[in-house]
Design a binder for this molecule. Structure first.
Ligand code: ADP
Ligand code: MG
Length: 325
């Protein structure tokens, strides 16, 4: 496949008829028309081989996930994702790999009505960088800064399975083949909670998506809102696979995965107690098992209570790319 050049590659794998952009792929910049009365939400995420994914990962899953992590950021802002830009460094051009990558990317993009309007392509160590552009009605974005004491803390779904898949890779936990398969699915195919984010506008007081682990990400909300929180370990939703390891020899690994495992992409949000019925009705409407896991407190501490109501003495650290372990 040495014969294909950069522009043929873009045309063949990434250029599609324009949907909603004024001008899509092919010029020096794309042009889009923003919706009156809305603010633009922008975010970029980079995935580096060997750091965020295994170099030999299934390319279709990688294409899916490169976009999913960005959609999750839009969800956390209550924004509707509209357009994406894709920058990629590829060690070599392999058309089966690119076709599978594009299939995964566009399947998710189509599900959410997101149009790929540009990017950049270069040779280099495998790295993918997606920029997402969304819209949110003026003044209605969900931020990290709006939580108040007394608000309930909610999660959109189970945590920890993606981390368990990684723990299995590094032999810190043993999983059966079918357990590994379901955990790996959580790792490779996270479900960005875009519809939930949009429905939470005007209901949630603050929101974040769980990309680096619950305690760290909830910690960002607490810091931005200048509040504390008490959450119950037992209330944190988990899969049967993780639940089976909460008691016994692997409890520490399971607690780590639940509290500090990254790559979950569920939403963690706060809402005033008076809005509980609204949150529950959004959950029913979207068929999501929204779980109330604790309450926002005054002060700044995060307290995690175990099954017996005792505070955990040590909270596992959230993932930090620059922490020296
Ligand atoms: P420039 O030299 O102006 O940066 P390029 O030659 O890099 O333009 O890209 C040509 C066109 O193809 C641009 O519209 C750019 O946005 C688009 N493009 C390049 N790489 C990708 C990609 N991986 N996915 C989508 N669009 C891309
Ligand atoms: Mg370029």
């Amino acid at each position: 496949m040495a014969a294909i050049n950069e522009f043929e590659l873009i045309d063949r794998f990434f250029r599609r008829p324009s949907q909603s952009a004024v001008l899509g792929i092919g010029d020096d910049a794309a042009l889009v028309q923003s919706t009156p009365g809305h603010e633009i939400a922008l975010s970029v995420d980079m995935l580096v081989a060997g750091r965020h994914f295994f170099e030999d990962v299934d390319p279709e899953s990688l294409g899916y996930k490169a976009l999913a992590v960005n959609l999750s950021d839009m969800a956390a802002m209550g924004a509707k994702p509209r357009w994406a830009l894709l920058a990629g460094a590829l060690p070599h051009v392999e058309s089966d790999w690119l076709a599978a990558f594009a299939r995964g990317f566009f399947a998710l993009a189509d599900d959410h009505g997101v149009e790929l309007i540009g990017g950049d392509t270069t040779r280099g160590p495998l790295t993918l960088c997606v920029t997402i552009i969304g819209e949110v009605p003026r003044g209605k974005a969900l931020t990290r800064g709006g939580a108040s004491p007394g608000d309930a803390i909610w999660l959109s779904g189970p945590l920890g399975d993606a981390a368990l898949a990684l723990a299995c890779h590094s032999r810190r936990v043993e999983l059966t083949a079918s357990e590994f398969e379901s955990c790996e699915r959580a790792l490779l195919r996270p479900n960005p909670r875009v519809a939930l984010g949009e429905r939470l506008r005007g209901v949630a007081s603050a929101a974040i998506d769980i990309s680096d682990g619950l305690t760290g990400d909830l910690g960002h909300v607490l810091e931005a809102s200048r509040v504390g929180a008490t959450i119950q370990l037992a209330a944190i939703p988990r899969s049967a696979v993780l639940g089976a390891r909460m008691h016994g020899a692997r409890r520490a690994v399971a607690i780590d995965a639940l509290l500090a495992g990254g790559d979950d992409y569920e939403l963690c949000f706060t809402a005033p107690a008076a809005r509980t019925a609204d949150v529950e009705s959004v959950g029913r409407e979207l068929r999501l098992d929204l779980a109330s896991i604790g309450v926002v407190t005054s002060g700044t501490a995060l307290r995690v209570e175990d099954e017996a109501g005792q505070a955990l003495e040590r909270l596992p650290r959230a993932f930090d790319h620059f922490a020296d372990y």
